[in-house]
Design a protein around this ligand. Sequence first.
Ligand code: NAP
Length: 248
Amino acid sequence: MSKLTGKVAVVTGASKGIGAAIAKALGAAGAAVIVNYASSKEGADAVVAAIKAQGGKAAAVRGDVSKAADAQAIVEAAVKEFGRLDILVNNSGVYEFAPLEEITEAHYRKQFDVNVLGLLLTTQAAAKHLGEGGSIINIGSLVTRIVPAGGSVYTATKGAVDAITGVLSRELGPRKIRVNALNPGMVETEGTHTAGFIGSDFETHAVSQTPLGRIGQPDDIASIAVFLASDDSGWLTGEQLYAGGGLR
Ligand SMILES: NC(=O)c1ccc[n+]([C@@H]2O[C@H](COP(=O)([O-])OP(=O)(O)OC[C@H]3O[C@@H](n4cnc5c(N)ncnc54)[C@H](OP(=O)(O)O)[C@@H]3O)[C@@H](O)[C@H]2O)c1
């Protein structure tokens, strides 16, 4: 029997990048997975097909986590399709860098809406269904330690993720539901390619400061998510796990 056999997971933003790798790893560990996407149906369908090809169960569900009705529908899909909910991975996220003089209301709202409000709305919907042994994994970022120039708004959203993780570990602890943050360093994804980070001076600098000498790959993060989802991490809650090859 695999580690997560009989469990049901929702992974937001699982059509590509870190979310896709986490969804596949949870599926390989035996969980049935709701693969959420916002715009990339093709990407989400490919993740579902990969999970099913390994004998797992999965379904793709569209929804914008920053809209309450969508967040609720994403979570309800788990109960409708697979009958329960045990694991929520709040992975959906957007990142845009801008120096202080270029920050706009739109730049602020877009990132706070998805990275913070979206996480809260999805967790609120999920908390109604999670029972004893439930695990919530919030994807934060190592940026809160590095505090890179030009990253005020994005870094603030991930600082909020760390803070919310601590608060909700207290609110949900009495119900034996765990809440942890998983905070990656730079990872090669569709998003970091589009943002121009891969191949940039930023990447070169990150690698030079990383004891393990490279940036991360989505699977580096996915295996830690499986650990946090499983009872192997049963005594961890309210923690921030930094996953950056030793980068500080
Ligand atoms: N890559 C890194 O270096 C790195 C480092 C630290 C932390 N992180 C965090 O890790 C997470 C994933 O990053 P990534 O690099 O894998 O990103 P990515 O490749 O850009 O993928 C982002 C995912 O989020 C989804 N998404 C965006 N807006 C959404 C919304 N409103 N509702 C639902 N889903 C939405 C996207 O869906 P569609 O494609 O369907 O639109 C996509 O599946 C983010 O929270 C990011 O902040 C990334």
